[in-house]
Design a protein around this ligand. Structure first.
Ligand SMILES: [Zn+2]
Length: 255
């Protein structure tokens, strides 16, 4: 499941296309509307941005928004970023190409076995919160403004209108490092606690980015599949469902 960190890896790959002219767009009808995206043909790519999990390709004719769903990834000129092996299938089957952009004779494809990626013209960004890379201060200001009453801390972290780009793996890693029970009510955190949580989010995002993606944390897929114990206190990790997502956490130090 690509999270904001993977989208950032794709954005960097897409940056190689800046300055090029879009010569063709093909989209799987389940993943986008070919007629609306056709206005981008002939347009020059001015920049490639990212907000949360969404990669945005800017042109004078409109903005292409790419959302990668659970299994999509961006392949530019036949080379997929290295994290590709960690998500879904490691195969790069051309039948799974859901969006193909031809840019100055080069190809950028969204390869997505499950067909859950979505590609839209001028996507609505008004419901996205502050981006995961915005820094601890901006994250703290946003967390201070959260007032949903009985929501769990994990649900607030996953809410893209609060912080855009946190998915299940980053959320579990942040809660593990911060020592917070994922099911604990968010409104139980006072201002200093929210400030500390913002600092942890910022630190975790940067560390996972340096390491190669959201799967690189202590609570990442390696521990999830093999089981494991907390490096802080030796307790076995607990598994439960919080905010509708499978959650791994330490029942001893996460409170
Ligand atoms: Zn622990």
């Amino acid at each position: 499941m690509p999270e904001g960190l993977e989208a950032e890896i794709y954005r960097r790959a897409g940056e190689h296309l800046v300055g090029g002219r879009i010569e063709g767009i093909t989209v799987d009808p389940a993943c986008g509307d070919a007629r609306s995206l056709a206005v981008l043909v002939g347009a020059q790519i001015e920049s490639v941005r990212r907000i949360g999990k969404l990669v945005l390709v800017d042109t004078a004719a409109g903005v292409l928004g790419m959302h990668f769903g659970m299994t999509g990834r961006l392949v530019v000129d036949g080379s997929a970023p290295i994290e590709a092996l960690e998500y879904g299938s490691a195969r790069d089957d051309p039948r799974w190409d859901r969006l193909v952009l031809v840019v100055d004779g080069r190809m950028a494809r969204v390869n997505d076995p499950r067909r859950w990626s979505r590609h839209t013209l001028d996507p609505d960004l008004s419901r996205l919160g502050v981006d995961i890379f915005a820094g601890a201060r901006a994250l703290r200001l946003r967390l201070d403004a959260v007032s949903h009453r009985s929501t769990s801390t994990k649900a607030v972290l996953l809410d893209q209108s609060v912080i855009a780009g946190i998915g299940n793996l980053i959320a579990d890693e942040v809660l593990f490092i911060a020592g917070i029970d994922p099911a604990r009510s968010f409104c139980s955190h006072d201002q200093p606690a929210r400030a500390e949580l913002a600092r942890v989010i910022s630190r975790v995002v940067r560390r996972l980015d340096r390491l190669g993606g959201s799967h690189m944390g202590v609570t990442g897929p390696a521990m999830r599949s093999a089981g494991g114990s907390c490096p802080n206190d030796g307790a076995a990790f607990a598994r439960s469902e919080v905010a509708g997502r499978t959650t791994f956490w330490c029942p001893v130090h996460q409170r």
